[in-house]
Design a protein around this ligand. Structure first.
Ligand code: FAD
Length: 369
């Protein structure tokens, strides 16, 4: 009772805020509708392996301050994300780099690879791309598009690439070095012992009271009256009872299996880039932490169309949805005691380092620092 803040949602945004507020002597109540803390970065231990329950999470950032910040809560290993693409049994390195080009065309030098891409771009003759397919071909040529982009993207969005807008792909990372590191960031890794400990430590203060299995909407009005300030990290359209309509998301379905096998696929992330395989990727969790258990845990990731009640994963930031979001955020201005934050409150895809940075910037503003 008599808390200064109510934080709705125990994901990385809400927990960062709660931690910082408690550090400043404030009392915080955190409510979480799931039966566990952590939001989508939650990891649970299965057979001694940290399983990323809501999709594979790799921490990466260029921001030294954020890297140091997150390292207060966990020690990170040296994991470097180097996904593999499986196209009908052919294996390619990602992101598109000299290893990929060598496997595709037998080219050896960057000059040769550039010439091959240029030749295919020219042959396609696309001047003004009008859809995602044309955009991708005009950036990287036909072979890469057909084998590594088309099927994957169509599964991800549930639509033909010719029916998807060109703007989804603004640029495609093409690297003319033999470097399979997916990210360009200076800092990268996986917390040894999983992500959940980060949130546990953030919420450990005696000034923070956490209530699980508690949905804000069960007592919306009471909460708004009771607490001087609310940090809301749920869906912004739901806060306003969908009065301008629902914001759209893409959802995911995860199928996790324990296999009596030491090593299933030899890599943490394998993307299935053909159209026929119904899932987009298989995650083998132990490889995030160089595990050597006798068994392994894999998760197949199936993209899904989102409908109300499903887990919202990726916001569909097209013009229609952005316009709706704009109206909701205008309405939010009428609630000066509510701060809308995080990926659902701001209807924006945020990586973990960005969500921490966003929460810290709210903290600075809130405490006039
Ligand atoms: P969330 O984690 O979603 O937390 C919001 C919390 O609020 C949830 O726990 C939810 O249950 C709770 N909540 C919602 N509504 C209510 C309500 N009405 N009442 C009570 N509680 C409520 N980032 C990276 O940096 N690297 C990656 O590799 C990476 N991979 C990703 C893979 C996938 C599949 C996805 C979807 C995201 C990935 N991310 C990754 C992004 C990362 O998950 C987010 O940056 C982070 O989880 C956002 O934290 P958040 O607090 O904003 O939201």
């Amino acid at each position: 009772m008599n808390e200064d803040y109510l934080v709705v949602g125990s994901g990385l945004f809400g927990s960062t805020f709660a931690y910082e507020a408690a550090k400043r002597g404030k009392r915080v109540k955190v409510i979480e509708k799931r039966d566990h803390i952590g939001g989508n970065i939650y990891t649970e231990t299965l057979e001694g392996i940290q399983v990323h329950k809501y999709g594979a999470h790799i921490f990466h950032t260029n921001n030294k301050e954020i890297w140091n910040y997150v390292n207060q809560f966990a020690e990170f290993n040296r994991y470097t994300n180097s996904p593999i693409a499986n196209f009908k049994g052919e294996i390619y390195n990602l992101p598109f780099n000299m290893n990929t080009f060598n496997k595709l065309w037998g080219v050896i030098t960057p000059e040769e690879a550039k010439a091959k891409i240029e030749e295919q771009r020219k042959a396609a003759g696309i001047e003004k791309p009008t859809n995602l397919e044309e955009q991708a071909i005009s950036l990287v040529g036909t072979d890469i598009y057909e084998k590594l982009i088309k099927g994957y993207t169509e599964k991800q969005w549930g639509r033909k690439a010719t029916e998807l807008p060109a703007f989804i792909i603004k640029r495609l990372p093409v690297r003319f070095t033999y470097d399979n590191n997916y990210f360009n960031d200076r800092y990268q890794g996986i917390p040894i012992g999983g992500y959940t400990q980060i949130i546990e430590k953030m919420l450990a203060s005696e000034r923070i009271d956490v209530e699980l299995n508690t949905d804000f909407f069960a007592k919306r009005e009471e909460y708004l009256q009771e607490f001087p300030k609310v940090i809301y990290t749920g869906m912004i359209d739901q806060f306003f009872d969908y009065q301008f309509g629902e914001l759209e998301y893409r959802s995911l379905h995860f199928e996790t299996t324990i296999l009596d096998l030491e090593n299933y696929q030899g890599n943490a992330v394998v993307n299935y880039t053909d159209a026929e395989t119904p899932f987009t990727r298989i995650i083998e969790h132990k490889h995030f932490e160089f595990g050597n258990q006798p068994i392994t845990v894999i998760t197949k990731e199936y993209p899904r169309t989102w409908k109300k009640g499903d887990e919202p994963y990726y916001p569909v930031n097209d013009e229609k949805n952005n316009e709706k979001y704009r109206k909701y955020s205008e309405l939010a201005g009428q609630f000066p005691n509510v701060i809308f934050g995080g990926r659902l409150g701001m209807y924006k895809y945020y990586d973990m380092h960005q969500v921490i940075a966003a929460a810290l910037s709210v903290v600075k503003k809130e405490f006039h620092e």
